[in-house]
Design a protein around this ligand. Structure first.
Ligand SMILES: NC(=O)c1ccc[n+]([C@@H]2O[C@H](COP(=O)([O-])OP(=O)(O)OC[C@H]3O[C@@H](n4cnc5c(N)ncnc54)[C@H](O)[C@@H]3O)[C@@H](O)[C@H]2O)c1
Ligand SMILES: [Zn+2]
Ligand SMILES: [Zn+2]
Length: 370
């Protein structure tokens, strides 16, 4: 079978639209027709060379779609089922899945190489094997993926909005609710309001934060954060720090969440400096593995019992939390529609990423039209 896809052929190159050959599903795999794909910053890290993937790679790891065919041994879904993809698979049986930490599933080890769990590829072209970003490749009309990468959702849910629950929503929401352990009455500061940070705002509000302070240099992002429940918004970390000191009567924030596009030492230091005794610093945003971004006197961590932790998929369990978040949406308590700033065709993928770079989008979404 043929499929049209947006692919990365090497570092520093934009997406190219190509027609690829796609193998059908083998044991434990499903053929999915993607309906929508979100434009998350993590794919931009691939084009910018911050993240070192295996090339060539079909882009896209935020996806929703409809199952068209299943391979032998598939029990999770059947043809016709509507699904949201999870950018971390959940096998259900590894040490992490079986202890309620699906975001660390061992099957996610090859998300930047993009092959399926058996170590082989289903996309091919020009005599080469093509990986799929996060074992998904949602910037393709169709893909063959593991059943462990999909979560069945109710048919009536709008897949062009539910798509965001495959990465941006759980990653951001969970960074506050789970990783940041935000509690009623807390003061939370969030650095960077893109598709991830805006959902950290939603999570902090749900968890009952008293003040949600956001930092983003882009005015549109700050205004949007306030519409989503942020209580204070600043263009710089220094301005935010002044306010946090005032709001906390000098005690500092309870949690600081770093969701900027490219993490650097300055923003991490601002975050660690913003929290008070017992404070949690959560690093969600990515940067090159060659870059050291945490430089801080350990004695401050010791004497003030501060915690610095990373957060993958918001420390959430995809199988449970994707459904949980969609139920919150259904109950009118989680905003999804308002997260989509702009939609694009597959051919417009580079335009969509330019809009992300230009700070125009909370989330851009590709609508597959085939
Ligand atoms: N840990 C995970 O599981 C996970 C999952 C998805 C994405 N990510 C990463 O999260 C980050 C955010 O992704 P996104 O899609 O929301 O990106 P985005 O580009 O849409 O948003 C990032 C925001 O950060 C702002 N920003 C940049 N520098 C800043 C600074 N110094 N201070 C304050 N704000 C600043 C930008 O103006 C922008 O609004 C990326 O690094 C992405 O790769 C991590
Ligand atoms: Zn993502
Ligand atoms: Zn697992």
């Amino acid at each position: 079978m043929k499929t049209k896809a947006a692919v990365l052929m090497g570092e520093g190159k934009p997406f190219e639209i190509m027609e690829l050959d796609l193998d059908g599903p083998k044991e434990g795999e499903v053929l999915i027709k993607y309906t929508a794909a979100g434009l998350c910053h993590s794919d931009l890290h691939l084009t910018d060379g911050d993240l070192p993937p295996r090339y060539p790679m079909v882009g896209g790891h935020e996806g929703s779609g409809i199952i068209e065919e299943i391979g032998p041994g598939v029990t999770k879904v059947k043809p016709g089922d509507h699904v949201v993809c999870s950018f971390i698979p959940n096998c259900g049986t590894c040490r992490y899945c079986s202890t309620g930490r699906q975001s660390l599933c061992d099957m996610g080890a090859t998300i930047l190489e993009g092959m399926l769990p058996d170590g082989t590829f289903r996309f091919h072209g020009n005599g080469q094997d093509f990986g799929g970003m996060c074992m998904l490749g949602t910037f393709s009309e169709r893909a063959t993926i593991s059943q462990h990468s999909v979560v069945k959702v109710d048919d009536w849910l709008p897949l062009d909005k539910a798509v965001l629950v495959g990465c941006g929503v759980p990653t951001g929401w969970g960074s506050a609710v789970y990783s940041g352990n935000v509690r009623a009455g807390d003061i939370v500061v969030i650095y960077g309001i893109g598709g991830i940070g805006i959902n950290a705002v939603q999570g902090a509000v749900h968890a009952g934060a008293k003040y949600v302070v956001v930092v983003d240099p882009v005015a549109f992002k700050r205004d949007t954060a306030v519409k989503f429940g942020a209580t204070h918004a600043f263009a710089s970390a220094a301005e935010a720090q002044e306010k946090i000191t005032e709001l906390s009567w000098g005690q500092g924030a309870d949690a600081a969440i770093v969701t900027v596009g490219t993490v650097d030492e300055d923003v991490v230091s601002a975050a660690i400096g913003s929290v008070g005794k017992g404070g949690q610093v959560v690093i969600v945003g990515l940067s090159s593995p060659a870059k050291f971004t945490v430089h801080w006197p350990g004695i401050d961590l010791t004497l003030n019992e501060k915690t610095i932790k990373g957060s993958l998929f918001g420390s959430a369990n995809p199988q449970y939390d994707i459904i949980r978040l969609l139920r919150l949406y259904d109950a009118g308590q989680l905003k999804l529609d308002e997260l989509v700033t702009q939609t694009y065709t597959l051919e417009q993928v580079n335009e969509g990423y330019q809009d992300l770079r230009d700070g125009k989008n909370i989330r851009g979404v590709i609508i597959h039209d085939s």
